[in-house]
Design a protein. Structure first.
Length: 254
């Protein structure tokens, strides 16, 4: 359940609500197919990409367009009136902001969970073997305003380390890119992103007693132009097939 005490994101809305147009998330592509717009946390890139193909196979007249980004940015987009049918976030806080603004058609549903891991370039130039080693390394994390950054800060606090990140990145994919390109000695990312990167990075486990668990939530946007199709997308994510895709990628059960 989303925490009912989440405050509305009033201060972050740059355009006054009364001036923002009410837009439908669904339109048609150049082939006349119905467009279903799904906003999803960056850490869902690989899994939702697979589900997109599955959904379109079962719905030949539908073009699923998945837009990935940080959960907090996606929530702000919806609250500012950007076209969307479904939103999936990597935390309850972000989707709670959308719910608080009355922009969801129903209560959010938890559909997955994720933990984090330290990643280094394959040759591990800083010889990192634990969280303590980050104090002497150039490492990067997500900005604390987004779920992966908030979780990384929780981990560092839990571990009692004074390590300070070299930079704060927009989302987990940006962290992973910097590390895989050798622009940072290490980074803290979701387990699923590290697995998707394969041999582009090396991983160092974070002990369970200091690790953070992020819960993922999904909901249909109130102004969705095709609520039935949106509900079907949510049903696919929650189905045994959808949960299987998520589990294979390393996500935990909701």
């Amino acid at each position: 359940m989303v925490n009912p005490t989440h405050r509305r994101l009033a201060a972050a809305v740059a355009v006054p609500f009364l001036l923002a147009p009410t837009l439908s998330g669904c339109a048609s592509d150049s082939h006349g197919r119905t467009k279903l717009t799904v906003l999803a946390a960056a850490s869902l890139t690989e899994t939702f990409g697979q589900l997109e193909q599955s959904f379109e196979k079962d719905h030949p007249a539908v073009d699923v367009v998945v837009s990935f980004g940080s959960s907090s940015a996606l929530a702000e987009q919806v609250n500012q009136g950007s076209p969307a049918d479904v939103i999936a976030t990597a935390d309850d806080k972000s989707i709670g902001l959308v719910a608080d603004d009355g922009n969801l058609s129903g209560d959010p549903t938890g559909f997955a969970a994720n933990t984090l891991v330290v990643v280094t370039p394959p040759d591990n130039p800083a010889d990192i073997s634990s969280l303590d080693d980050l104090a002497a390394a150039d490492f990067v994390v997500c900005d604390p305003s987004v779920p992966c950054g908030s979780a990384a800060q929780t981990i560092l606090d839990n571990a009692g380390t004074a390590a300070t990140p070299k930079s704060l990145e927009a989302d987990v994919k940006a962290v992973l890119t910097k590390v895989s390109l050798g622009e940072a000695d290490a980074g803290i990312v979701y387990v699923t992103d590290a697995e998707a990167a394969g041999d582009e990075v090396m991983t160092v486990d974070i002990p369970a007693d200091v690790n953070a668990v992020n819960a993922y939530f999904i909901a249909v946007v109130k102004d969705s132009g095709h609520a039935d199709l949106s509900d079907e997308w949510v049903s696919l994510v929650m189905s045994p097939a959808g949960q299987g895709v998520l589990a294979e990628a390393g996500f935990g059960a909701p």
